[in-house]
Ligand binder design. Structure first.
Ligand SMILES: Nc1ncnc2c1ncn2[C@@H]1O[C@H](COP(=O)(O)O)[C@@H](OP(=O)(O)O)[C@H]1O
Ligand SMILES: [Mg+2]
Ligand SMILES: [Mg+2]
Ligand SMILES: [Mg+2]
Length: 388
């Protein structure tokens, strides 16, 4: 097992050198020391001998290519790239383009007759008169991205092909059969700010997540390199490699058992998670470090390799979590030895369609810290309820 420690200073200078457009912030809070524990993978059992080997290879390809498209757009971020969805969340040409690329690659690599995809975006706004110009830009981006790979670019896609690829994501998922689950850009707000985001792709089989792939283009891989691809297969462990395909390393969550030494992740956006509640929970646990606020499922990826020990997510009342916001991240953490549950300690159930039914929120940590975390969560929720 090779263990290497990256000091906070290194992380800050690393993130400062990211080739981003605006508002690039250090990834980690100044007091956090990031310990990355990784063992060199022998690759035995990682890809070849597993039952989802073909699907995993296709998913890694699809997510990496989609990440390439996103990186290109993030570098050239323009206000005109942003559309507003009817639910008022932002959506960019990169969200649509990424979804189209993943859909096309998976269908080319796998049996397209039985293909089912549960994905965040749909083409509704692009089919309107005012979406025409955006659609053309998406088509160009998708074709350029597919051509850049050499394998998929022989016949350029038409506008109708792109719309159909996006709309293949309308599946409802559910408890039977296989369904891909895609968030083409998770952390769109982070993406727009020039911060963290992820392309998150999972595979459900009979209601269980069996594959998870997270492409995190702005997450440091090492002292020299930025951009991580995490992938996990059920019972196969979690691996991390560069987006351009370096040798994978096996990763594991932290083995910390003292909550006072733990640091915790939460959403950058206060609208997505109750920061006051997580600070109360952290205080009860005795956590000394300030919260590490980053966007997207990059939090699950970072936690899977031991950068920080806890992830707390408590949406405001009434919000319903979607499966694509957690499926891939869940498996990446679970296969790295972590535990993901709702605030009452129940496992997440991805078999109920597009939404997750949850008690209050989502908490993530290692097995040793989970009992103390659950206790602190319960006490904090009770306190919050009695103060209302
Ligand atoms: N009010 C809300 N509460 C909780 N989550 C929300 C939210 N509004 C949007 N989200 C979800 O939070 C995700 C981002 O998570 P994070 O805060 O960890 O970056 C968004 O994914 P998208 O960016 O894919 O839309 C979106 O699905
Ligand atoms: Mg969204
Ligand atoms: Mg999302
Ligand atoms: Mg998204």
């Amino acid at each position: 097992m090779a263990t290497f420690t990256v000091s906070t200073g290194t992380i800050n200078s690393l993130t400062r050198t990211l080739p981003l457009t605006k508002n690039t912030k250090p990834l980690f809070s100044p007091s956090l020391h990031l310990t990355l524990k990784a063992s060199k993978s022998t690759l035995r059992g990682a890809i070849t001998s597993m039952s989802y080997g073909k699907e995993l290879a296709a998913a890694k390809n699809a997510a990496s290519l989609a990440a390439r498209l996103c990186q290109k757009v993030q570098k050239a971020l323009l206000q005109a790239d942003v559309q507003s969805k009817s639910d008022k969340s932002p959506v960019t040409v990169a969200d649509y383009g990424s979804q189209a690329v993943v859909s096309v690659v998976l269908q080319k690599e796998l049996d397209s007759a039985s293909f089912s995809l549960v994905a965040e975006e749909d083409s509704g706004d692009l089919r309107k008169e005012e979406g025409k110009e955006t659609l053309q830009r998406i088509m160009k981006l998708v074709n350029e991205t597919l051509a850049s790979d050499g394998t998929y670019g022989n016949a350029p896609l038409s506008e109708e092909d792109v719309l159909a690829a996006i709309d293949s994501g309308r599946s409802e998922g559910g408890p039977s059969g296989q369904h891909w689950v895609l968030d083409p850009i998770d952390g769109t707000k982070g993406f727009l700010r020039g911060d963290q985001y992820a392309v998150a792709l999972g595979l459900l089989d009979e209601g269980k997540v069996v594959l998870g792939v997270l492409a995190c283009p702005n997450l440091p891989l090492s002292e020299e390199k930025v951009g991580c691809l995490f992938y996990a297969q059920v019972s196969g462990g979690t691996y991390m490699q560069s987006l351009d395909g370096s040798t994978p390393t096996k990763v594991h969550v932290t083995d910390l058992d003292n909550p006072e030494e733990a640091s915790f992740f939460e959403s950058f956006e206060a609208a997505h998670s109750l920061h006051d509640l997580s600070s109360l929970i952290a205080k009860k646990l005795g956590v000394k470090a300030p919260p590490v606020r980053i966007d997207s499922q990059a939090k699950y990826g970072a936690l899977s390799r031991g950068d920080g020990a806890i992830y707390l997510r408590f949406p405001h009342k009434g919000y319903r979590e979607k499966i694509w916001d957690h499926a891939a991240g869940y498996l990446v953490v679970a296969e790295a030895g972590g535990v993901v549950s709702d605030a009452a300690g129940n496992p997440l159930d991805f078999s109920k369609g597009r939404y997750l039914d949850l008690h209050e929120g989502i908490i993530v940590t290692n097995q040793k810290l989970m009992p103390a975390l659950l206790k602190a969560v319960k006490e904090s929720l009770n306190e919050k309820a009695s103060s209302l």
